[in-house]
Design a binder for this molecule. Sequence first.
Ligand SMILES: C[S@@+](CC[C@H](N)C(=O)[O-])C[C@H]1O[C@@H](n2cnc3c(N)ncnc32)[C@H](O)[C@@H]1O
Length: 197
Amino acid sequence: MASYDFTNEPCDAQFLIPTLNILGDDLIGIELGVGQGQSTLSMVANCDNIKKLYAVDNFEPYQDKLKNPYNNQAAYEAHEADVEFDKLKFYHNLKHSGLEGRITVIENNKNECVNGFEDDSFDFIFADAQMNYEDTLIDIETWYPKLKEGGIFSMHDSDNEMVKIAVEKFRNKNNITNHISWYGNTVLWMKINDSDK
Ligand SMILES: C[S@@+](CC[C@H](N)C(=O)[O-])C[C@H]1O[C@@H](n2cnc3c(N)ncnc32)[C@H](O)[C@@H]1O
């Protein structure tokens, strides 16, 4: 019996979950940047139609590329102790969630493990690693081909202006003009076809 119940827990993916619930059966998804696993476990606990969720995190120290405007220092720094704690908590949460069978953990850099997946592999992609202009653009450009037609591309921290600019740049460059949702610090849209361009 599971010790932790992740149904109806608030998490970074909470504005994506209702869309996943009605996306179809046997969904295969991936989350880029899982931290302590709050979103990973909430998505799987609340969406019975998720067959497999890949959970990607390198659990390595990093400095956010976003700068604090007052001192020009990194807006956020994850030190060794922080990421070590997140990793321990992630595996602890996973072990006691009762959801291990539907989650595959990939301990790797999100920019490197992308090559291990075929194009059109995923029904949804949720990016929540380093949400600044450069990384947002890298995440969309590298991972969008891995999304199936009819799949959902979603990113957290969309209330950050840099994320917004990067998403709009990618969509404009590829002539993607279909509906897009900006709500509750989460952006999402459906990949209509290779040329929803
Ligand atoms: C904001 S946290 C993720 C929060 C999580 N999605 C949640 O909802 O609880 C960002 C995570 O991204 C991971 N990360 C940062 N850069 C990464 C990279 N290049 N590859 C893989 N993971 C990365 C960090 O280790 C950190 O755990």
